[in-house]
Write a protein that binds this ligand. Structure first.
Ligand SMILES: *Cc1c(COP(=O)(O)O)cnc(C)c1O
Length: 400
């Protein structure tokens, strides 16, 4: 269920993937992160902890999620074999719960009474509120004012689940500002609060921890593909916000260079405009939220504003491991515009009866470019990170 013995062994002990990652935090905070890293390493070497995590993933969240052969989508392109990894079928509707269950159980193990979380689309907030309620922990969620409006339904869900939602009205009032607010709160209350980070970002050991808990996705893909096809897939596609669903889907294949890994970034209104969230295509190397990575900058070299139709991909940075995989060429990253994602959202709904999250639709959209290039027998797995109920009302207005 979780990968342990890969030859690929990054990050190093300081949390670096090549030149990316690390832990750029105030000196006194290094100890908090060190303790977290130590406790995490102990936990994942404890069979009882792993069993606790997997029992909840299985019976509470519904894992393993299916690897579904999308026959209609395959026929539409007339070649290859397209599979969808159905993370949308998880409890709470997205892959986020995989990571949250792991971190919430770690919080319990470390005797925290309260967890905090940042959220963009609201999916991570809902997942955190859910796990907190389940495990008897208090939960505060930080969310940008703009996202609170865009993702109204998820805000109501969090409240129903007993979480307190803090509206963040600084900066662009979106995910990056919610991250700042959550980090700031954590710095002031680190002795009693556990910060459940929602993506493969943040200072070391978060990217490593989030990858571990999400790696269940790729392990299942590997096992299910071997069972159904007798071999590994040729391509694994996933959308990239901070990069957690993608790194979870990719990790099991790090030692298998024949499996091509493709991450799809939100290009927003296009790479040639300022309204984009494609930090790998357009970013500069700098430090944001505790780690070195590619970040979108404005013309003065400060952290720029990101934009995407999808709240879950609307973040000016990108997880450090993706920056490394991008620079080394082990994974390929491509931009997808709002329009392309909206078309893919409608296409998948009509062809397969599956309404994807607008985030996941970015990965589906890349099939338009990939399929004309593939051979007829190639196997393509698209990680369907979440379901689209939260987006339907808003996107229908764009489609008419
Ligand atoms: C949050 C979210 C994403 C983006 O986050 P990653 O960490 O990049 O996976 C993608 N899809 C869905 C459905 C989400 O909720």
């Amino acid at each position: 269920m979780f990968v342990k013995n890969l030859k690929y062994n990054l990050p190093d002990k300081d949390g670096f993937f090549g030149e990316f990652g690390g832990a750029f935090v105030p000196e006194n905070f290094k100890q908090v992160l060190k303790r977290l890293d130590d406790e995490f390493e102990k936990a994942i070497n404890d069979e009882n902890f792993l069993k606790e995590v997997y029992d909840l993933l299985k019976d509470y969240s519904g894992r393993p999620t299916p690897l579904y052969f999308a026959k209609n989508l395959t026929n539409y392109y007339g070649k290859g074999k397209i599979y969808l990894k159905r993370e949308d079928l998880n409890h709470t509707g997205a892959h986020k719960i995989n990571n949250v269950i792991g971190q919430a159980l770690l919080a319990k193990r470390m005797d925290a009474k309260k967890v905090i979380a940042e959220t963009g689309a609201g999916q991570h907030g809902v997942a955190s509120a859910t796990a907190a309620t389940l495990l008897g922990l208090e939960c505060d969620v930080f969310m940008g004012e703009k996202d609170i409006i865009r993702q109204h339904l998820n805000v109501e869900r969090m409240k129903l689940l007993g979480a307190k939602v803090h509206s963040v009205d600084t900066g662009t009032k979106t995910l990056a500002d919610a991250c700042d607010a959550a980090i700031d709160y954590w710095l002031r209350h680190s002795d009693e609060v556990f910060y459940i980070l929602g993506s493969a970002v943040g200072p070391h050991p978060y990217p490593k921890m989030v990858r571990f808990f999400q790696s269940v996705i790729g392990n299942e893909i590997k096992h299910q593909c071997l069972e159904k096809e007798g071999r590994l897939p040729d391509y694994v596609l996933a959308c990239i916000g901070g990069g957690s669903n993608a790194i979870g889907a990719f990790h099991a294949f790090m030692d298998s260079p024949e499996v091509k890994l493709i991450g799809l970034e939100a290009a927003g209104e296009g790479l040639d405009t300022d309204k984009t969230a494609a930090s790998l295509a357009k970013g500069k190397k700098m430090i944001l939220h505790g780690k070195r990575q590619y970040v979108l900058c404005d013309k003065d070299g400060n952290v720029g504003e990101s934009y995407s139709i999808s709240a879950g991909l609307d973040y000016p940075g990108c997880g450090p491991e993706h920056c490394y995989l991008h620079d080394t060429g082990r994974a390929q990253y491509e931009p997808i515009t709002d329009d392309e994602a909206v078309q893919a959202f409608a296409r998948l709904s009509k062809l397969e009866g599956i309404i994807p999250a607008i985030e996941s639709a970015h990965a589906v959209a890349y099939l338009e470019k990939l399929m004309p290039e593939t051979n007829k027998d190639e196997i393509i797995v698209v990680n369907l990170s979440g379901r689209g109920d939260k987006d339907t009302e808003r996107l229908l207005q764009l489609l008419v």
